[in-house]
Write a new protein. Structure first.
Length: 287
């Protein structure tokens, strides 16, 4: 008798496997979502080329993308963001086995799209004669996991961190860099960024819908976000320098939440740590 691989088994394989091929493994046909005990990972397995380091170099300036080296550094950063997003959705599938089935299906769909984004960036790196890992890879996203794990409501903290902060910010960064790659003459990379922007709208919508659930108050998303976003993240990290209000409306964010993010300012500068009660919301790595 053939035993079906479960969604949890697939997610576990993405975290325990260290190679890029492991991270890009598709969910097996017919995989079933069997509720089991919650599982946690402090960090994912990574083969040496994909090992994470502390900190990150600054991204090249937008006007420097005419340089192949600058495009390589930028594409590498963005590719690694997609790899970490893939892993974090796998982590959520294991961490929250009792989440509503429809939300877990949303996590699976988002994970598969993150894998597709990663493939697109890997292909663009190959077009530049490079592979992921040629430049150091910052593990910033994974440093947020302790704050999510220890939050009063970890599931809502994850929705706020992943969907309504990191992915909401990407609504801005994808368009900002799409246009910069176009100006640099790299239209294929620009097309990748547009594709990812379009997918991120749905990811933000998913997080918003499950954060507020049955609360239909006009500003429910803003209030729930303020209540559950895990420090050191804040609304100041949920945007880029080019603010795409239209994309946020398409994602279902309320006007109150959009204005709240637009006007948000970072915490006062202080040494950053993922568990510190004080610190800066300005990211050690951006976008």
């Amino acid at each position: 008798m053939t035993t079906s691989i479960t969604i949890a088994g697939w997610a576990r394989g993405l975290l325990e496997g260290g190679t890029l091929a492991d991270k890009l493994a598709s969910p097996p046909p017919g995989a079933v979502d069997v509720v089991g005990p919650a599982e946690d990972f402090a960090e994912p397995a990574r083969a040496p080329p994909l090992a994470m380091v502390d900190g990150a170099d600054k991204l090249p300036k937008l006007g420097d993308l005419t340089s192949p080296a600058a495009r390589l550094a930028t594409l590498s950063r963005f590719a690694h963001h997609e790899l970490m997003a893939t892993e974090l959705f796998a982590w959520a599938l294991l961490k929250f086995p009792d989440a509503p089935l429809a939300l877990r299906r949303g996590f699976v769909a988002a994970l598969v799209e993150e894998q597709a984004h990663l493939r697109l960036y890997v292909d663009r790196l190959a077009a530049h004669g490079a592979v992921l890992g040629d430049v150091p890879l910052s593990g910033y996203f994974w440093k947020l996991v302790p704050a999510i794990r220890t939050a009063p409501d970890p599931l809502r903290a994850f929705l706020c961190a992943q969907g309504l902060t990191l992915e909401q910010a990407n609504l801005d960064f994808t368009i900002l860099y799409r246009d910069a790659f176009r100006l640099a003459g790299d239209f294929d990379s620009a097309a990748v960024l547009q594709r990812i922007h379009d997918d991120e709208v749905a990811h933000v919508r998913l997080a918003r819908a499950w954060l507020v659930r049955d609360d239909d108050a006009a500003d429910a998303d803003r209030d729930r976000y303020e209540q559950h976003v895990p420090f050191p993240l804040s609304a100041a990290r949920a945007k880029g320098r080019r603010f795409e209000a239209g994309a946020r409306r398409r994602a279902g964010l309320s006007d109150a939440f959009i204005a709240y993010v637009r006007d948000a300012r970072p915490y006062a500068a202080a040494p950053w740590s993922p568990s510190s009660p004080t610190g800066s919301a300005a990211a050690p790595e951006s976008p």
